[in-house]
Write a new protein. Structure first.
Lengths: 453, 329
């Protein structure tokens, strides 16, 4: 059967081209792979190869013709024993089926009123003990490692050194070098190995000495870990936890002082956790290790040594996407997470003395975000201040503001204020560093501004 | 440190030769068809064809056993066909249809099969190298004797993460075969224009990794080298590097004007070193098969590829609701 040779698409964006030159003439025998024409595309002049063996029966488009649409028949190829007559009138070329153009239905506006999930994280009457965030994180890992052999920890100084910030203290003794693995200083490489191990069925906990160093590994976190489930049509999960200190510590300068909540919070496929208290650190890290998705677990060096009440339970987890209301209030909503909660809570106490009742919400997870808890609170207080340490542009607060604008605009009695770190690399000098960070004073001032008192 | 070039073994059965012929021909015909469908606008975006390099994956798959894993770059169609993935599912992924391995959401560069232990299909040059070492890590951790074939090109061989991975793979004795498919060009940049140390496998020596150069246009040489590498890994001796010298006949992707090499250079490889022709000669001169036998195989393969192409056109586009699925497990 004579086959038509069609004008090919030779680049992702080509719709038509110039048939610059024929390198064969009618009657020539061609083999698959022979170059038969030169075609000018929108990008370059390309050689066009025959994809079948045969004899050129007819050239349908003359050399030099411009604007030849993709899929127009340009020649006829004859198989053994056919003559040019077989090639005569060219039937209409089969059209590539046009993709139906349909915009995905816009997400229907939620008709139901947002309601905060205020169920307690553990049963009333549970005994509590005082623990630092550091100890809580270690206990979370140890408990999950006891529960499943698939869980292991890798990172710089996690084993023999007992952790650069002592979060993995004692784990090597209990679990041995097979499961508590010191890596060389090679973030890009070991993050990739961790992701590969997760593809292979393990549940790695990858510790970054700080999240600043994870920028060397961000390609594996985003392109390899976060996107693979989608790109594989649901076949390949990546159950992995990337954890370590995030944000500013004290006097460590610009390259070691940055908050990544907004960065990772933007990525579909990741879950992003940023605990404040020790109980949340423990319950959320256990949840993160059990989660079948890649989880970014952002800790804070300054919080590591802080003590909180932690429930005495054999096993407890905190679900993702459930904010915690630390203080109920009626005049203003303050939303924060991680170390920002320190300033939010201090501010709320001071404001109480000024007669302003602040509701303080700890997001705990940035993604998924408990927007219902925020909306329900804003609908009650009508005013919102967000507090975080990261940079101002495209901050987590900016996103919260847009959600509130879309879904609770009519409830707002004042513009929302997003408090963030200043729009500068972190300076070293003590006085300047103080100035660059968000402070309790700023939270108090912002609340006065949105409450007009 | 092994330095010997692998040579072709002659004691090979007709059956074996015929299976290599069939497997390599399937890849070539499949890729030719993919090029055709691209030209017709049925495949979009990037489409990196494997034509010319068929002996690499077919030879190495002959050295693999059930349970072994493989991971590669974006030039991945050949690897998938060689490990037994269904040509229909691969072609339908190229056309972005529901019947594709990733339901049309991955495309040419992103396909996976847990069943066949194929872990992608990765679009960031070099990223698959630590991923492959991580897969090998998981097998060593579990205590089995599986090996992971981690394929990358001469271009990726200049990425830093490759050497981070070499270091840890050797440090932890990971059972990974690093397969450098040296097709001489990283997109349009020849190896000579990218490095002053063109023997890529020798770079493993800095980490104590054994390796060798292999003739990638000779499927028997590739298989022999693969068997050696795999035995090394299974014996717990850590990683092994194979630099397989091969050649890509087509452009880097579809819109490659090929100004970086001459038509004669390509033609010379095609006529003098073609891997499929080589096996064809062995079959005919060794009287293992007749011209008719091979013609029948050609027909069989053509039918498989045509079926795959038909399937890839008939399979519907993914439902619009698929936009929102598979983001979280």
């Amino acid at each position: 059967m004579a086959t038509e040779i069609l004008m090919p698409a030779l680049s992702p964006t080509m719709e038509e081209g110039t048939l610059a030159k024929w390198l064969v003439k009618e009657g020539d025998t061609v083999a698959s792979g022979d170059i038969i024409a030169e075609i000018e595309t929108d990008k370059a002049t390309m050689e066009f190869e025959a994809v079948d063996d045969g004899v050129i029966g007819k050239l349908l488009v003359a050399a030099g013709t411009e604007g030849v649409k993709v899929n127009t028949p340009i020649a006829v190829l004859l198989a053994d024993g056919e003559s040019a007559a077989d090639a005569a009138p060219a039937p209409a070329a089969p059209k590539a089926e046009a993709a139906p153009v349909a915009a995905p239905a816009a997400a229907a506006a939620a008709p139901v009123a947002p309601k905060a999930d205020t169920a307690p994280d553990w049963p009333a009457g549970t005994a509590m003990k005082t623990q630092t965030v550091r100890e809580a994180l270690r206990d979370a890992m140890a408990e999950e490692m006891r529960a499943s052999d698939e869980v292991f920890v890798m990172g710089e100084e996690v084993a023999e050194y007992q952790g650069a910030y002592k979060i993995t203290q004692g784990l090597l003794d209990e679990f041995g070098a097979r499961r508590v693995i010191d890596t060389p200083i090679t973030e890009h490489g070991f993050a990739g190995i961790g992701v590969g191990a997760a593809f292979g069925g393990l549940r790695p906990i990858v510790e970054f000495m700080t999240f600043n160093f994870a920028m060397q590994a961000i390609d594996h976190i985003i392109n390899s870990a976060a996107k693979t489930l989608y790109m594989s049509g649901g076949q390949m999960g990546c159950p992995i936890v990337f954890r370590g200190p995030n944000g500013a510590a004290a006097r460590v300068g610009a390259q070691h002082s940055q908050c990544y909540a907004a960065w990772y919070g933007q990525i579909p496929g990741l879950k992003v956790v940023m605990p404040y208290s020790a109980a949340d650190a423990k319950g959320l890290l256990k949840q993160a290790i059990r989660d079948p998705n890649p989880v970014i677990f952002l800790e804070n060096e300054i919080l590591y040594g802080r003590s909180f009440d932690v429930p005495v339970l054999d096993d407890f987890t905190i679900p993702f996407g459930k904010a915690k209301i630390w203080r109920e209030g009626t005049d203003v909503t303050i939303v924060s997470f991680g170390i920002g909660m320190t300033y939010a809570l201090e501010a709320a106490e001071r404001l109480e003395k000024d007669g302003i009742s602040a509701e303080v919400i700890d997001l705990r997870t940035i993604r998924p975000m408990d927007t219902d808890a925020i909306l329900a609170s804003v609908m009650k207080t009508n005013r919102l201040v967000t507090v975080e340490e990261g940079f101002p542009q495209s901050s987590v607060g900016n996103y919260i503001t847009s959600v509130v604008m879309e879904r609770a605009f009519d409830y707002l009695d004042a513009p929302v204020i997003n408090l963030t770190g200043k729009d500068v690399p972190m300076p070293y000098a003590a006085n300047l560093e103080k100035l660059a960070l968000v402070t309790t004073d700023e939270v108090v001032a912002a609340v006065h501004k949105v409450t007009y008192r | 440190m092994a330095t010997r070039k692998s040579t072709t073994k002659s004691n090979v059965s007709a059956e074996e030769l015929l299976s290599y012929y069939r497997d390599m021909l399937l890849i070539r015909r499949f890729e030719e068809k993919a090029g055709q469908l691209y030209g017709m606008g049925l495949i979009g975006g990037f489409c990196h064809l494997y034509i010319g390099q068929e002996a690499v994956v077919v030879g190495l798959e002959a050295a693999a056993k059930e349970g072994d894993k493989r991971v590669t770059s974006y030039r991945d169609h050949g690897h998938m066909l060689a490990c037994g993935m269904d040509p229909k599912g691969v072609m339908a992924e190229l056309t972005g249809r529901e019947g594709g391995y990733s339901k049309g959401k991955g495309g040419s560069m992103h396909m996976f099969s847990k069943e066949k232990h194929f872990y992608g299909g990765h679009g960031i040059v070099g990223a698959q190298v630590p991923l492959g070492a991580g897969l090998a890590f998981s097998d060593k951790y579990k205590g089995n004797d599986n090996v992971t074939f981690t394929y990358f090109g001469d271009g990726a061989a200049n990425q830093g993460q490759v050497y981070e991975t070499y270091n840890m793979a050797m440090l932890w004795d990971l059972p990974v075969v690093f397969v450098i498919e040296n097709n001489k060009y990283a997109m349009g940049t020849s190896v000579q224009r990218a490095t002053k140390s063109p023997s890529l496998w020798e770079r493993g020596a800095a980490y104590g990794i054994t390796g060798e150069e292999v003739d990638g246009m000779d499927v028997l040489a590739v298989k022999a080298a693969g068997e050696k590498a795999v035995a090394h890994c299974r014996a717990g001796k850590g990683p092994y590097i194979l630099e397989v010298m091969t050649y890509r006949y087509r452009g880097h992707s579809m819109s490659d004007p090929a100004k970086y090499r001459t038509r004669d250079e390509v033609q010379k490889m095609r006529t003098e070193r073609d891997a499929i022709e080589h096996v064809r000669d062995l079959l005919l001169t060794g009287k293992h098969a007749t011209e008719d036998d091979l013609k029948n195989i050609d027909k069989e393969i053509k039918a498989i590829v045509n079926d795959a192409a038909e399937f890839s056109k008939d399979s519907p586009e993914p439902a619009l609701a698929e936009l929102w699925t598979d983001i979280y497990a």
